[in-house]
Design a protein around this ligand. Structure first.
Ligand code: NAP
Length: 283
């Protein structure tokens, strides 16, 4: 596995296994174990995915030393605010049951972000969280909140793939040495992306599938990428990225596919309310 250095001195595996929408219980447990056996050392979950307990159990049962596995989770909107964030952090720590969390993110940029961040800084100082970061901070949210933080986030986890390359945001983040993590790295399985002719051509050239070309592009862009799959062949294939390299001309071809637009706009009216109403943690 290849690693990327974070601005707090920690390192993060460049490819992680995403578990969004994999149901809690047998499915998340088995998918996580399959990923760990395939060589992943980085799992991306969240309080709002409702599957932290199964991720934690798979990590504990894997037989791999805890310190070799990088686990990310995220605080959900209902736990924002200084006092309530302590409750959210404690809940994630309890459900994962792994002693500490390698990376903990503010999942969504709404509500009392500054209070939430202070609680996360304290949990980091106490050793409960090793690195802390944010997610879905568009340039507008980034400019609003990050200058007010005492500690810079280690990462900002955002929608990113060849069709949505976050060029404005990446400039802002580079100035603070904040690393980008890609969610929807395969466009959430978007057939238009996976069958894009330039990507198909490169897949034929390198004897890879189009998903691997896309993920390799993201890796070469210095982005931490988080593909999700419940299919064993695709789980294995999505980490088999380190035995070929795209040329600079090929990288430029893929850079030119950027449309500047994604599937999800965190600034859209009604999004915060929709997320608050539809995802509620009750235990
Ligand atoms: P994704 O990884 O872009 O796409 C997953 C979809 O692509 C699944 O339908 C999967 O189907 C399919 N797939 C996987 N590998 C493939 C391949 N090599 N070729 C063709 N199809 C392939 O999307 P995602 O799961 O929505 O996002 C990835 C992770 O990012 C999430 O699991 C989560 O950890 C994180 N995320 C974070 C946020 C946030 O707000 N911070 C939001 C969304 C996602 P099969 O399962 O059948 O293989």
């Amino acid at each position: 596995m290849n690693y990327i250095k974070l601005n707090d001195g920690n390192r993060i595996p460049a490819v992680g296994f995403g578990v969004l929408f994999i149901p809690e219980g047998k499915e998340t447990y088995e998918a996580t174990l399959t990923a760990l056996r395939a060589g992943y050392r980085h799992i991306d979950t969240a309080a709002g995915y409702f599957n932290e307990a199964s991720v934690g159990k798979a990590v504990r049962d894997s037989g791999i030393p805890r310190e070799e596995i990088f686990v990310t989770s995220k605080i959900w909107i209902q736990d924002h605010g200084y006092e309530q964030a302590k409750v959210g952090i404690a809940r994630s720590l309890r459900k994962l049951d792994l002693g500490y969390i390698d990376l903990y993110l503010i999942h969504q940029p709404y509500g009392d972000i500054l209070g939430t961040w202070r609680a996360m800084e304290e949990a980091k100082a106490a050793g409960q969280l090793r690195s802390i970061g944010v997610s879905n901070m568009t340039p507008k949210f980034y400019r609003e909140f990050i200058p007010q933080f005492k500690t810079k986030p280690a990462v900002n986890q955002m929608e990113f793939n060849p069709f949505f390359q976050q060029k404005e945001l990446r400039k802002l983040m580079e100035a603070d040495d904040v690393k980008l993590e890609a969610w929807y790295p395969l466009g959430h399985g978007d057939a238009k992306l996976l069958q894009q002719p330039e990507i198909v051509r490169l897949a034929e050239k390198y004897g890879k599938n189009t998903g691997q070309i896309i993920l390799r592009f993201e890796y070469q862009e210095g982005v931490v990428t988080l593909p999700k799959s419940t299919n064993e062949g695709r789980i294995k294939g999505n980490i088999d990225l380190f035995n070929f390299a795209l040329t600079e001309a090929e990288m430029n071809t893929l850079r030119a596919l950027d449309t500047g637009k994604g599937a999800f706009d965190p600034e859209a009216p009604g999004i915060e309310q929709m997320l608050r109403e539809n995802y509620v943690i009750t235990d």
